[in-house]
Ligand binder design. Structure first.
Ligand code: NOS
Ligand code: ZN
Length: 427
């Protein structure tokens, strides 16, 4: 935000009422009627938000952000074939610069569609962190570990993960946090998962893992261990005293749901990725009924194929009405909270709501759009009718996009870099 200590948003619809919001540094200081004589004009950036709604920035709890570069390259395949024959061979060509370019593109796309925080699992975290730092978004980054049950690989992955933890901590960037990312129970050995658990406790950081995405992988785990994935991990204490964000959770037994509830597992529901890879449909109404924290994720652009979390909000609300034949299931407020309040809870961040004392991660949406009229039941419009094109985005108190114009980076340059990086990957 340049040299301003304060930012005043005037006349926005905030929490259902037309009012003002004052930001001091990176925090929401006051919401209500704020008179101009209450502020120091020299120190305050004033945003006229007449005809706009202010919402908490969206939180995408499952991404592989540099995979923007894989958009459209391997469509219409099942998960195992998609990973083994297409994605993993291409990922072998990644380097820091390619990852940096893909991350810039992904962050740009997220900011433009109202996402202010993402929870990522990928490689070359130095490249990801560089892009996150430059563009001004908030992120939780984990290095994706895969040992395929090989001891030598395991040692390498664990060393790599710990080095990444130290590297991110050393950045000392308020917007960039670190987590541990063991890929999944079908790609990681028990020994690796046990070490990850220890490391998560040692550094007091969350664990981000793919769980129960497809029937195939559950069969693989069952054949190997005699147990379903959540039972297996629980059998060696993997969920004890740590914060776990489990992506997908499509196929679950009642016993597994019981474990998830007992261990306070956070679910990242990725309905579009699950539909596209034909993995299945997660039992979200049942999870909600059991008081399990449900959040939303897009997954990577290889399986979505975009990062617009508003699509996930809409689909998560519609899909479960369709499968349960019950139109009252997952209402607009619930699916909106999946993408905001619940996401913040999963990641342990004080954001996801517009409240005094919370982090100033705020999105302004212009209400003068045909699909947002009449301006009466706006929260319903945001879930069932909005396309995701937001107007202004503030993250950690800084304006990163104003009236559709991105502030810290050059958009055209990002497109060019991403195109170049893409050709390096496919050739
Ligand atoms: O839906 C998915 N299921 C399983 N793996 C995935 C999915 N999307 C991306 N990756 C893979 O996870 C690793 C990240 O550390 C990458 O190899 C990425 O391609
Ligand atoms: Zn994933």
């Amino acid at each position: 935000m340049g040299d301003f200590t304060y930012c005043l948003i005037k006349n926005a619809v905030i929490n259902g009422k037309k009012q003002d919001l004052l930001i001091e540094k990176n925090t929401i200081k006051k919401i209500g009627n704020i008179e101009n004589n209450e502020i120091d004009k020299e120190e305050t950036k004033i945003i006229n938000a007449e005809n706009k709604i202010a919402i908490p920035g969206l939180i995408n709890t499952h991404t592989h952000i540099p995979m923007t570069l894989f958009r459209g390259v391997a469509d219409d395949l099942p998960l195992m074939e998609w990973l083994n024959n297409y994605i993993w061979p291409m990922e072998a060509k990644l380097n820091k610069d390619i990852v940096y370019a893909g991350t810039l593109l992904g962050c740009l796309e997220m900011i433009k569609s109202g996402t202010t925080t993402f929870n990522d699992m990928y490689f070359f975290l130095d490249g990801i962190a560089k892009a996150v730092d430059e563009i001004g978004i908030r992120a939780v980054l984990s290095y994706g570990m895969i040992d395929l049950f090989d001891e030598e690989k395991r040692e390498k992955e664990l060393k790599n993960a710990e080095e990444n933890i130290k590297m991110i901590k050393k950045l000392d960037n308020n917007r960039i946090k670190v987590a541990l990312g063991p890929h999944a129970p079908y790609t990681c050995s028990k020994e690796l998962l046990m070490e990850v658990h220890e490391m998560a406790k040692k550094y007091n950081i969350p664990i981000h893992i793919h769980m129960n995405e497809t029937l195939d992988e559950i069969k693989m785990v069952k054949e190997k261990t005699g147990m379903r994935p959540f039972e297996y991990l629980n059998s060696f204490g993997f969920f004890d005293d740590v914060n776990v964000i489990a992506a997908h959770c499509v196929h679950l037994s009642d016993e597994e749901i019981k474990i998830m509830k007992e261990k306070n597992i956070n679910v990242s529901h990725n309905p579009i990725s699950n539909l596209k890879l034909a993995s299945g449909i997660a039992p979200v109404p049942k999870l909600v009924e059991n008081g399990i924290n449900v959040t939303l994720g897009t997954d990577g652009c290889g399986s979505n194929n975009n990062l617009n979390l508003f699509e996930e909000i809409k689909i998560s609300s519609l899909l479960h009405k369709g499968t349960t034949l019950n139109p009252t299931i997952i209402n607009a407020k619930q699916s909106f909270e999946f993408a905001t309040k619940n996401g913040a809870k999963a990641l342990g961040l004080k954001c996801g709501e517009l409240k005094e004392g919370y982090l100033a991660d705020i999105v302004l949406i212009d209400l003068n759009k045909p699909f947002l009229i009449p301006k009466e039941n706006i929260y319903s419009h945001l879930v069932y009718s909005f396309n995701g094109n937001v107007d202004t985005v503030i993250i950690d108190g800084n304006v990163v996009m104003e009236n559709g114009k991105i502030v810290n980076v050059d958009e055209e340059e990002i497109y060019e870099k991403a195109e170049k990086a893409y050709y390096k990957l496919i050739n």
